[in-house]
Design a protein around this ligand. Structure first.
Ligand SMILES: Cc1cc2nc3c(=O)[nH]c(=O)nc-3n(C[C@H](O)[C@H](O)[C@H](O)COP(=O)(O)OP(=O)(O)OC[C@H]3O[C@@H](n4cnc5c(N)ncnc54)[C@H](O)[C@@H]3O)c2cc1C
Ligand SMILES: NC(=O)c1ccc[n+]([C@@H]2O[C@H](COP(=O)([O-])OP(=O)(O)OC[C@H]3O[C@@H](n4cnc5c(N)ncnc54)[C@H](O)[C@@H]3O)[C@@H](O)[C@H]2O)c1
Length: 459
């Protein structure tokens, strides 16, 4: 086969696969180069195995309330069974992604790729060059680990899925998505779990009611939270790892996990040979059409540092193919992205937080807190939280924040009316579905409190 292509994609993850497939569908000759496994982070060691493990961990909560419904459950958990079942499922998905690429004629090259010029890509193991009219960099991101003494003793989300055995205890550093999701997973599976975070509350940037609500939920599930502290060093301590904190305390843990963010995969990629510029944060700088400072090179997904979410990478890959190979110049709208934190309790959000909305003029806040019906027969006191933020007097819906069972599924559907600039009156027109948690969103009568001229009134 000739080594000249219309498009060479580097990285067969969420963004790269969609772009390659769409470009090939539009008649382009396409190769995708992947150094690890087809499917990328989301399929192999991100969203998919994470959600499967979240499901596994949630049985604990179900067992907790089971007796209130008359069930007696004598349960035990086997980690190797879960790991093997996960591996089977992601291998199935990997094959599905591979055949979805092959069907429209995309050539899959298993190798590490380097950019060597505006139209050339070098294959490291194969030691040959590909010539491409266009190059798409879709190399994703990799875990950042603070370079502290003994950091090699820690793991990241990459290793967490395939630990040979569950540790008796785990210390997780970070306060973002990965830290709280994995804390939920490990705690739910019976591991003594501690989060250590340098800030004063998990999930910086999320709405305060979501942050505090999840914080309470984590504590309720026995997760310990150490705030305003970092890990200074790690050392071996028998079979355990001793972590020394910034306050001087040292404690042993069965495992230590860094969930301290992810860096775009740009290092050693040869981008400078083609004059591709980076942002100050080290991501590839792109315009609204994902074009870099080198006109023949585009970039999508996590490597561009826009929103590190699979559906966003997929949309960027798709619109790149539309723009370059289907004569349909189209830019992704990043302004209203629904997102979920698959912790326990779960969070789903879209649009402005209350703090952001309060600086945007006069807004009304509708807030409901109640015990999820599933818990009402038990002694569990945990509250579900639903918050709707609208322009004043029944105007446009600006934000929706949900904490509790089904939050992610609800927010996906709320994204539809919000994308159509729905108002509170539009929500009110919907007939409630009873009994459900979501019915709260269409039955709010008066605002719980409002902001006028930036000041909170009532509540
Ligand atoms: C633990 C975890 C959980 C997550 N959960 C969610 C979630 O629930 N929902 C959600 O929306 N997002 C989630 N994400 C984020 C999501 O996985 C990413 O946003 C998404 O995978 C980004 O896609 P991408 O195409 O940019 O990169 P990736 O999917 O990372 O793909 C990049 C690919 O490029 C390959 N590659 C890199 N360099 C080279 C090279 N030089 N040569 C050849 N190949 C190369 C890599 O091996 C990789 O396969 C999660 C991430 C993690 C880590
Ligand atoms: N459910 C989902 O959709 C989902 C799940 C997982 C990941 N993701 C995506 O992946 C991205 C990366 O996730 P993440 O949790 O790794 O990153 P994050 O940016 O959400 O959180 C990183 C955390 O590490 C802390 N931190 C950073 N540097 C540190 C240091 N030197 N010392 C101590 N703490 C430090 C930060 O304060 C922050 O709390 C997310 O932003 C998200 O876009 C999404």
């Amino acid at each position: 086969m000739s080594d000249t292509y219309d498009l060479v994609v580097i990285g067969a993850g969420s963004g790269g696969v969609r772009a390659a497939r769409m470009a090939a569908t539009y008649g382009a000759k396409v190769a995708v180069v992947e150094e690890f496994r087809v499917g990328g982070t989301c399929v192999i060691r991100g969203c998919v195995p994470k959600k499967l493990y979240v499901y596994a961990s949630r049985f604990n909560d179900l067992f907790d309330v089971a007796s209130s419904f008359g069930w007696q459950v004598d349960a035990s958990f086997d980690w190797p069974t879960l790991v093997a079942a996960k591996e089977k499922e992601i291998t199935r998905l990997e094959h599905a992604y591979t055949s979805n690429l092959e069907k429209p004629g995309v050539e899959i090259i298993r190798d590490r790729a380097l950019v060597t010029g505006p139209n050339t890509v070098h294959l490291v193991a194969g030691n040959r060059d590909l010539i491409a009219k266009y190059i798409l960099v879709a190399t994703g991101a990799a875990p950042f680990v603070p370079p502290i003494p003994g950091y090699q003793l820690g793991i990241t989300s990459n290793e967490a899925f395939d630990l040979p055995a569950l540790p008796h205890s785990i210390l997780i550093e970070g306060g973002g998505y990965i830290a709280v999701e994995f804390a939920t997973i490990f705690a739910g599976l019976g591991v003594d779990t501690t989060i250590i975070y340098r800030g004063d509350c998990i999930l910086r940037g999320f709405d305060e009611d979501m942050r505090r609500g999840l914080e309470a939920g984590l504590i309720d599930r026995g997760i310990k939270l150490i705030y305003q502290t970092t890990i200074k060093s790690l050392a071996r301590h028998g079979d355990d790892i001793a972590a020394t904190f910034s306050d001087g305390v040292t404690a042993p843990y069965g495992a230590v996990m860094f969930a301290t963010g992810r860096n775009p995969n740009v290092r050693g990629l040869g981008l400078e040979t083609a004059g591709v510029k980076l942002t100050p944060a080290g991501a590839i700088a792109v315009d609204a059409y994902s074009q870099t400072s080198c006109p023949s090179i585009y970039a999508v997904g996590d490597v561009t540092g826009r929103a590190a979410l699979t559906p966003v990478a997929i949309r960027e890959g798709w619109y790149f193919a539309e723009t370059v190979f289907n004569n349909n110049k189209i830019a992704v709208d990043h302004s209203q992205i629904p997102t979920a934190v698959f912790a326990e309790p779960e969070i789903g959000v879209i649009g402005l937080t209350e703090a952001e909305a309060a600086t945007h003029g006069d807004v009304d806040i509708y807030l409901a807190r109640f015990r999820p019906m599933m818990n009402t027969l038990s002694t569990r006191t945990e509250r579900m939280v639903l918050k709707l933020i609208t322009e004043k007097d029944g105007g446009k819906v600006l934000g929706c924040h949900i904490l509790g069972p089904g939050a992610a599924e609800m927010i996906q559907l709320i994204a539809i009316p919000m994308g159509m600039t729905a108002t509170k009156a539009d929500f009110d027109r919907a007939i409630a579905l009873h009994p459900s948690a979501a019915e709260e969103l269409v039955t709010f009568k008066a605002p719980t409190y409002v902001y006028r001229d930036g000041q909170k009134v009532g509540g």
